[in-house]
Design a protein around this ligand. Structure first.
Ligand SMILES: [Zn+2]
Length: 180
């Protein structure tokens, strides 16, 4: 299994702590500069929410049925939304399909997880369609919004998400990683 980029480890641990304490919001926004690993963090967190036997530190086991489905890209409780090939935007029909999918109960009795990447690619109609879901999320559903341009999202969306700000790694931390 890929290891997390070193500067993401503490944020991952923070997420797991919130989860363990029942303080996890149903919508999390991963904000930070492009290329820092926001999407990797969202993916790993999604896998950990789906995993049937996560390690004590919350890392997904990589071996259970859920992890196998995750690795194959076929986990039915994981929804990924990005712009389709012919578009720069996440469109309202994609959000509608998502909402329909989320209305079904979880296939494995755990979380349903949505990753929107980049969330700022939602056009206004799509953002408005998602708003209702953010206000009244289906049970056990967690939405992970990834963006390096949060100001491109409507304030109504931002205000309903718990924001995780990822900072650029310190120079020596980045250099140590690059030299490994
Ligand atoms: Zn697992």
């Amino acid at each position: 299994m890929n290891t997390l980029l070193p500067w993401l480890v503490s944020t991952f641990a923070d997420l797991q702590q919130r989860r363990a304490q029942g303080r996890l919001a149903h919508a999390l926004m991963f904000v930070g500069p492009a290329g820092i690993g926001k999407h990797q963090l969202a993916e790993r967190f999604a896998q950990s929410l789906l995993c049937a036997q996560p390690h004590a530190d919350g890392q997904p086991c990589g071996h259970c049925h859920a992890c196998s489905l995750y690795a194959a890209g076929t986990h039915p409780d994981l929804f990924r939304l990005s712009p389709e090939e012919d578009s720069k935007n996440i469109r309202i029909d994609q959000i509608r399909a998502l909402i329909e999918g989320m209305s079904l109960s979880s296939h494995y009795g755990r979380h349903k997880v949505v990753i929107l990447n980049p969330a700022d690619a939602m056009n206004i109609a799509a953002a408005n369609a998602l708003l209702k879901t953010l206000e009244e999320p289906p049970a056990d559903t967690i939405l992970l919004l990834v963006t390096d341009r949060p100001s491109f999202l409507p304030a109504t969306i931002r205000s309903r998400c718990q924001t995780l700000r990822l900072a650029l790694p310190a120079r020596d931390e980045a250099q140590a990683w690059l030299s490994t």
